[in-house]
Unconditional design. Structure first.
Length: 263
């Protein structure tokens, strides 16, 4: 799945290899809820599908035909409810629409990017994670309620392309107060930020910005040339997008959410 995702990646793509590492490893005990399948042609991976039961589908495919194969598989294992694709991947949009899905209103995500030239310096001292328990605690507080555990976080750390130097935290009084996990796809020289969080008691101090900048500086030193991040884009959750825009990120695409036509 990651190899195909890397081959097809561009700044507006829905998926980066880090999305798969984080998304499929952040929780334990959910494997039965997440059927996955990979399609090959002439020995090369050409598509993958990752269902989130009961009815949501994530997918990637080289073209409209193989996207259709994924959608047909999905319809055969559950009652489809929704599919999310990028506005910059029209072959996926066409395949989804041909199977009767229609765009729907609601929360969506932006795809933001920036090159790593003229990167500001963080104002706060940051460092790679050393305290996994504290890192997990901070995540659970920032994204309450969360199902991330120390066990699942160690699974994340064991999944490529995780690098501890890109798992950055800022401390307050010896405790993890903010964090940024960045994922470097070396073949694409592209780094993804996913996820970022600040413990509620420490919000409003610029810590999220600082851990992101610290991670991006490290990624640049490791060869990254471009960074991407996908915050919520709808008016109900504006603060993360505002943060990333303040760091020089600009929009290159957005997610398009499809649902089953009713009536």
């Amino acid at each position: 799945m990651q190899d195909l995702t890397s081959r097809l990646w561009f700044p507006g793509a829905r998926w980066h290899v880090g999305d798969l590492a984080w998304g499929l490893r952040q929780h334990t005990g959910r494997e039965h809820e997440w059927p996955t399948k990979v399609w090959r042609s002439d020995g090369e991976v050409v598509a993958w599908g990752w269902a989130e039961l009961p009815g949501h589908l994530n997918l990637q495919a080289v073209d409209e035909h193989w996207a259709g194969e994924v959608l047909d598989w999905f319809a055969g294992i559950t009652e489809p409810e929704g599919v999310v694709v990028s506005s910059a991947e029209p072959h996926l949009m066409r395949a989804v629409e041909k199977r009767g899905f229609v765009p729907r209103e609601g929360p969506f995500f932006l795809q933001l990017a920036r090159n790593l030239d003229a990167l500001p310096e963080p104002a706060t001292a940051c460092h790679p994670v050393t305290d996994v328990a504290g890192r997990v605690r901070a995540h659970r507080e920032a994204f309450y309620p969360s199902r991330v555990t120390e066990e699942s976080y160690r699974n994340v750390q064991a999944t490529r392309p995780y690098r501890r130097e890109l798992d950055v935290v800022a401390d307050v009084d010896g405790q993890t107060a903010a964090y940024c996990l960045a994922w470097l796809d070396e073949s694409r020289k592209a780094v993804l930020i996913e996820p970022v969080g600040t413990v509620p008691d420490h919000r409003g101090r610029g810590l999220a910005r600082d851990v992101c900048l610290a991670a991006l500086h490290t990624a640049k030193a490791l060869g990254a040339e471009i960074a991407t991040v996908s915050p919520r884009g709808d008016d109900a959750y504006p603060i993360p997008a505002r943060l990333y825009r303040s760091m020089g990120f600009t929009q290159v695409a957005r997610t398009v959410h499809y649902g089953v036509a009713r009536g």
